[in-house]
Write a new protein. Sequence first.
Length: 73
Amino acid sequence: MNPIEMMQFARDLETFKKNHPKVAKFLATEFSKGLPEGSILELKIMRPGEEEKVSNMRVLPDDVSFVKKITKS
């Protein structure tokens, strides 16, 4: 990622935090505790007029290092 893209990402991240403070705080709190291998993340999407969709993933060793990289920003 070049410096301009990094600056834009930082601005986008700040906008996300302002628009969704509860989600940002939840993610910051939980990711700061670490995300050990074997943890399960679940995502649910509820679109107006559609059935909800749910998916999950079990954290693998590669995911642990990836999460460490992205939580440094």
